[in-house]
Write a protein that binds this ligand. Structure first.
Ligand SMILES: NC(=O)c1ccc[n+]([C@@H]2O[C@H](COP(=O)([O-])OP(=O)(O)OC[C@H]3O[C@@H](n4cnc5c(N)ncnc54)[C@H](OP(=O)(O)O)[C@@H]3O)[C@@H](O)[C@H]2O)c1
Length: 245
């Protein structure tokens, strides 16, 4: 039996809450008693999720620098200070040969996957350091460790995010703060809806991908650890020969 998740009163700020992983994660965190502020781009699904999880919802586009800059004050308005945990989960995905990757697409992917986590982490670090506690969870990808054709923008962003995370881990030693890198392989989420995963041999079949719930469990595991335990990295890969249960 899975032990009950105990996160009573833990304040978690989650980006990408309207996505495949974000939605499951929000529900599990709320089930464990966490207080949530959820960020998403699409207002209707975000508001519905906020009602289900008793969360506050903030709608906005993470490529919009003014919106990202406003988040510190908006979240302060809810909690009066820094979250206990920031989960940088929002992600933009592009699939195109290098030479056909538009600079605008490259910039958009970097803005969501790398710049926004940088800005949000930077916004909360001073308060967390002054308090001597706090956790930054960065959702990376296998594409931040291994190169795949067609992933120029996405890989650049996820390799970059892993670099940012590793610097953070070193800087946070001895401060009481912690940083966690979550690195899934392909997950069966709406991220793949735009692509013909069944018809293209170069893409993983959806039935062989990880279920987002398995990755949400890993995030919850890292967040539920006592202050004295820091989970720095969780690498999760599908085991396609095994049946899902
Ligand atoms: N799915 C995979 O195969 C896979 C594998 C490894 C790692 N990951 C990583 O896991 C994380 C979650 O991905 P997912 O699979 O859940 O993807 P998803 O279902 O496509 O969800 C992506 C989330 O990011 C948000 N987002 C995208 N662009 C945004 C923007 N410009 N401003 C604000 N929010 C934006 C989306 O908001 P809206 O829905 O409101 O637009 C959505 O909530 C991402 O960091 C992704 O890179 C995914």
């Amino acid at each position: 039996m899975t032990p009950r998740l105990e996160l009573s009163g833990r304040r978690v700020l989650l980006t990408g809450a309207t996505g495949g992983l974000g939605r499951v994660l929000a529900e599990r965190l709320a089930g464990g008693g966490a207080e949530l502020v959820l960020i998403g781009r699409r207002s209707e699904p975000l508001e519905q999720l906020a009602v289900r999880t008793g969360a506050r919802a903030i709608v906005g586009d993470l490529t919009d620098g003014e919106f990202v800059a406003s988040l510190r004050e908006q979240v302060r308005g809810v909690w009066g200070g820094a979250p206990d945990v920031l989960v940088n989960n929002a992600g933009a995905f592009e699939l195109a040969p290098f030479a056909e990757t538009e600079p605008s697409a490259f910039e958009r992917v970097l803005a969501v996957n790398l710049r926004a986590p940088f800005e949000l982490t930077r916004a909360w670090l001073p308060d967390m350091l002054a308090r001597g506690s706090g956790q930054i969870v960065n959702v990376g990808s296998v594409a931040g460790r291994k190169a795949f054709p067609g992933n120029a923008a996405y890989s650049a962003s996820k390799y970059g995010l892993r670099g940012l995370h590793e610097v953070l881990v070193e800087e946070l030693r001895g401060t009481g703060l912690k940083a966690t890198w979550i690195e899934p392989s392909a997950m069966d989420t709406p991220l793949w809806d735009r692509f013909d995963t069944e018809g293209r041999m170069d893409l993983p079949a959806r039935a062989e991908m990880l279920e987002p719930g398995s990755v949400a469990d890993a995030v919850c595991f890292a967040i539920a650890q006592p202050d004295a335990v820091s989970v720095e990295e969780i690498v999760i890969r599908a085991n396609p020969a095994a049946r899902r249960c």
